[in-house]
Design a protein around this ligand. Structure first.
Ligand SMILES: *Cc1c(COP(=O)(O)O)cnc(C)c1O
Length: 487
């Protein structure tokens, strides 16, 4: 037998490039350097600004190049990533990052992601990963209990809340018999992840029915009722009503018990988007706010938000786990060996992904290391800090509270007593205040619009954030406001 030809050309010179392996010493040196750089970042975070941006032109100049034909020293490559790439980003875990939804992972969670990559876990079938699959069952069962779901409920980890919502709407559509003119109902405060999920499952724009919210940004039941009636009259089949357990804008919680009553009566799937606030169910305050949550057919959670995990750690929980299996299970010939039998679970049969990473490990490791009491307290602290910010705003003659603190979010604007600025003037002024506080490097903030009114917004859910971080930010906003209003 002749030796295999290189590059398919008989007699070509043997390839001399190094292979794709490293010696144990090289591996250890690279990993040690990586951990060292991470510790530097974590230690120095509070002293850095919470956001660093750059233009496309600047980043092109820094990074555009063809892939090198031969390799470079690994640590050099790592250091370049840490110098030129990774820092040009929002520091979502910075203690004064209050924009959008902050995310502040625990170190065991970070290490868990490294372990999953290193063990190269394929978390799609029981055959492929019995241990990880069992752990995903255990962790999702913890979630089941926290939510107050009955036995028989279950779910799976997903990349994020968006993917979880998509899987939920697939299950809802299938349960409704995959109607040809499906309609989904959601409040005007709902996250756009749901708009997108609805579009993907085949809901046309005419079938996406936005329901008005009341002055507290909660879905209006009367509007839901008329909206469903109208859609049915127009020949649509409702496949899901979506509720919020914490809107991203204001932390508002929709009237879950009334929505559950309504959906039960109407025979419509109730999905609750708790991606933002769901894990607050671990606190007394959250549990009280989420009354009725366990009556939902499905619930989206995001452990990369209020459970302090690295991205990506979404989760979908459903009241009857068989609804996921019947919506997603398919058995191609090339997976015939992976039939798990009745006792076991193929997580690939519960959602979109076959090749899945093992996301449950990070949650499990963090909780094993710190214990539930620490998590409950860390979540409660965010809620408490937002309450204090709310009180500070109420006390100030310069600020107007636009939406009271709820689940770690508080919305307000600079609007000093006696000002002659109209709403456009106030909007322009508040936009400038926000831009300045970001440019100064004091804090990262994002705004929102509350039934049309421009609002500053603080979202506080980082376990590193202290009252001093919040107060300093409010005082900076005040100082900037006074200065800009004068000039
Ligand atoms: C963050 C969020 C989502 C989207 O989740 P991803 O993890 O970003 O995909 C959906 N709904 C709400 C309420 C959210 O806060």
């Amino acid at each position: 037998m002749s030796p295999p030809a290189e590059d398919g050309v008989p007699g070509a010179a043997p390839v001399t490039a190094r292979d794709l392996r490293m010696t144990p010493e090289e591996m250890e040196a690279l990993a040690a350097r990586a951990v060292g750089l991470l510790l530097e970042r974590w230690d120095g975070l509070g002293a850095q600004s919470p956001w660093k941006g750059a233009s496309r032109r600047e980043m092109e100049a820094l990074l555009r190049e063809p892939p090198p034909e031969t390799g470079r020293p690994a640590e050099e490559v790592l250091e370049r990533a840490v110098r030129d790439v990774l820092p040009v980003a929002a520091r979502v875990d910075h203690p004064r990052f209050f924009a959008f939804v902050p995310s502040s992972p625990t170190w065991p969670g970070v290490v868990a992601d490294l372990m999953c990559a290193g063990f190269n876990t394929f978390q799609g079938t029981w055959l492929g990963s019995g241990g990880p699959s069992q752990l995903e069952l255990v962790v999702t069962d913890w979630f089941r209990e926290w939510l107050g779901y009955p036995e028989g409920a279950g779910g799976l980890f997903t990349s994020g809340g968006s993917a979880a919502s998509l899987d939920a709407l697939v299950a809802a559509r299938e349960r409704a018999g995959a109607p040809s003119r499906p309609a989904v109902f959601l409040s005007d405060q709902s996250h756009t992840a749901l708009d997108r999920a609805a579009r993907i499952v085949g809901v046309r724009p005419e079938g996406l029915r936005k329901v008005a919210s009341d002055q507290d940004f909660r879905l209006r039941m009367d509007d839901l009722q008329t909206s469903v009636e109208r859609a049915r009259r127009e020949g649509f089949t409702p496949i899901a009503v979506c509720a919020n357990a914490g809107t991203t804008s204001t932390g508002a919680v929709d009237p879950l018990p009334s929505m559950a009553d309504f959906c039960e009566r109407e025979g419509i799937w109730l999905h609750v988007d708790a991606a933002y606030g769901g894990f607050a169910v671990l606190t007394d305050r959250g549990r009280a706010l989420f009354e009725g949550l366990a009556r939902a057919d499905s619930i989206t959670l995001d452990a990369h938000k209020w459970l302090f995990q690295p991205f990506e750690a979404g989760c979908l929980m459903v009241r009857d786990v068989r609804t996921l299996d019947s919506a997603f299970s398919v058995r191609p010939d090339y997976l015939q060996d992976a039939d798990p039998g009745l006792e076991q679970v193929n997580f690939a049969d519960r959602g979109l992904q076959l090749s899945r990473s093992f996301r449950a490990l990070k949650v499990w490791m963090s909780i094993q290391v710190f214990g539930m009491a620490a998590f409950r307290e860390a979540i409660a602290r965010g809620i408490h800090l937002a309450d204090r910010a709310d009180a500070w705003v109420r006390d100030s003659d310069h600020f107007e509270l636009l939406s009271p603190a709820s689940l770690g979010v508080v919305c307000f604007r600079y609007n000093p007593r006696g000002t002659r600025l109209g709403s456009d003037g106030l909007e322009a002024l508040n936009e400038r205040i926000q831009a300045r506080v970001i440019a100064d490097g004091t804090a990262m903030m994002s705004s929102t619009r509350l039934h049309g009114t421009y609002s500053l917004r603080l979202c506080i859910m980082n376990h590193h954030t202290t009252w001093e971080d919040v107060r300093d930010t409010l005082e900076a906003l005040d100082r900037i406001g006074v200065e800009l209003a004068r000039g």
